[in-house]
Design a protein around this ligand. Sequence first.
Ligand code: AMP
Length: 582
Amino acid sequence: MEYSELGKPPVSSMRVQPHLADPLTARRGFRWERLYRELDWLPGGHLNMAHECIDRHCKGEKAQRVAMLWEGKNGEEERYTFAQLRDETNRFANVLKGLGVQKGDRVFIYMERVPELYISLFGALKLGAIVGPLFSAFGPQPVKDRLLDSGAAVLVTQPHLRRNIAGILPDLPELKHIIVVNKNQRDKAPLPSGDLGYEELMAGASPQFDVARTSMYDYSVMHYTSGTTGKPKGVVHRHLAVVQQYATGRWVLDLHADKDIYWCTADPGWVTGTSYGMFAPWSNGVTQVIYEGGFGPSAWYQAIQKYRVTVWYTAPTAIRMLMKAGDELPGRFDLSSLRYLNSVGEPLNPEAVMWGVKVFKMPIHDNWWQTETGAILIGNYLAMPVRPGSMGRPIPGIVAGVLDDEYNEVPPGTEGNLAVRPGWPAMFHTYWRNQEMYNSRFRKGWYITGDRARVDKDGYFWFVGRADDVIKTAGHLVGPFEVESVLIEHPAVAEAAVIGKPDPLAYQIIKAFVALKNGYEESEALRQDILRHARQRLQSIAPRELEFRPSLPKTRSGKIMRRLLKAQELGLPVGDTSTLED
Ligand code: AMP
């Protein structure tokens, strides 16, 4: 297959059914290296993500193209061209250099979604530092855990967040500098002694900077992820990741610099907010909307209407919340600019895909990846028929498989462990200071994702559940997704989560937790009605118990925390909850 074929939405590349083929055969004809020439590179074969996302677009007229359309929480607006971003990020790189920050030092960013978050992140990358974005909604303990583990030398933050974490600072001996962004002079109080003011530093910094000659293997970004046990782990990525973020921005998100206004709703504290809220759109030179405010159905529809968003990338939780807000609401806005909808982060229930068709006249395209994978590996492309409930097919260059518990491949249709052959460009390179844990993720030449899935004969992958969340009831292994998808088909159900609850007879029975749509009241009759609906559809794998909850516990990236529901139900320790939403 020639590279030119891959530049198009890659229908042609799907001739290969990678999951069925011998990995080497499937890879024959595809080489990631062929994509390298699509990027700009620095002299001497060096690669720097910030250069690829910003400076490379600053030649000629393109420099004046808008990169960022920012809307603040209070309706403030700012816009930055690629040229302005280049200058601002250069300034910030000079600021860090002036402070003695070196290549490989960790620069952590604890900020709301303001332009300065993006400027400082790319400025730090230009210097060759490793950046770590943190959710602004984190409290002191999660911030401390992450700064301590990473040995961060610099923290960029805002006054109200700085106050939040004042108590942990004496415990962070490696933290040398705190830079405070005093945006819009909202907070005029003098800075605590020793802190540095962003605005003052930037005012004295030159807009000229020679981007660090990082190698493609140098570390660039780290994101902390939480597992079932232990402290969160720092997933470390390399500058090379931008090759795949660029490619999937085109192949899967179908981004075009000349026609698209793109909006990724993810916070940069979560990997989607960097890989697809920064690197994919900007390496493709695409204008993107950055919306500081939180979720709100009307506010979100309003943002699409106002900025004429064409490509939208969001998450199933948000989609279910929009569904909850009703089918009439979108009709009050002009959403005609939308041409392509995408989702990631959790399984997208078939009901949600079909809701897209009903309300937006187009299906929502699901795709799959993880913090560790750095970029999309499996997706439903624009050019491919969507199978509602499936996460799609592997992108070119990716060999995915379903393995039994001995790590041998199983035939299509059989459920097992989702695994991927290592070696894709955005693959993580280590867990920070935890190489042992990193090594444990690889078996028999596969990267083991921790998810359960099956693949059909056409190569579409179907998510079953996190290996930790799978339920065993009366001899059946049941994936929560299947049961939850049926529950949310009930007209009263907005969200559902199921867990396995120990049972002397069935080993586990399925217990459901359900949040209702607006306008529905909890009642015994409704509980019975939902259970009856589930029994009709699922029979032996229907939930036996059902509890109403006003809302379900979720991570900040919108994932329902089934293990928390289970721990609460069984009176067990809840484990790491640092990413739990308030
Ligand atoms: P994170 O590293 O926080 O982004 O979480 C990655 C995990 O989210 C995956 O291992 C899956 O369990 C889940 N996930 C992401 N995308 C999907 C999807 N499209 N369908 C089902 N689960 C998904």
